[in-house]
Design a binder for this molecule. Structure first.
Ligand SMILES: [Zn+2]
Ligand SMILES: [Zn+2]
Length: 143
């Protein structure tokens, strides 16, 4: 029995097995670090996922299946992008008649000539038709 064992497990084979064990050990540790770091970045609970990832490989695999789809920094970027687009929409309106994009300060649609806003008699700023007073120079608007 001892002889067969020694024949099968030559020093080379033993070294190879050791290397494989070490390799899996390193992969295991890396997978735990990855899960903790990734769950933290994605806004998941890194403590809970860190504990789950202690189950060798299955934990990390489960996390990669169930992790939140987006990184937190991506989420922030998307929110900023959305806010910028919204602001752009607020700045630029559309001509009620032809739909041409017009800016806040436009009195007339440059495309079809429709009057979009009133002009302040005192300072010349563009005024919304429903305003009763010019917010730029405090002149009351009226007939
Ligand atoms: Zn127009
Ligand atoms: Zn004014």
């Amino acid at each position: 029995m001892e002889e067969i064992f020694n024949m099968l497990f030559t020093p080379e084979v033993k070294t190879a097995i050791m290397l494989i064990i070490v390799l899996f050990g390193v992969l295991y540790v890396i997978s735990i670090i990855w899960v903790i770091r990734d769950s933290y970045l994605r806004g998941a609970n890194p403590v809970i996922w860190g504990i789950i990832s202690l189950i060798p490989f299955i934990g990390a695999f489960a996390y990669s299946m169930m992790r939140p789809p987006m990184l937190l920094s991506d989420k922030d970027e998307q929110a900023i992008d959305f806010a910028l687009k919204k602001r752009e929409l607020m700045k630029y309106g559309e001509c009620a008649k032809c739909g041409y994009p017009v800016e806040r300060e436009y009195l007339m649609c440059p495309n079809c000539g429709t009057q979009l806003k009133n002009e302040c008699r005192s300072c010349g700023h563009a005024l919304n038709p429903e305003w009763r007073i010019c917010p730029f120079c405090c002149t009351p608007i009226g007939q």
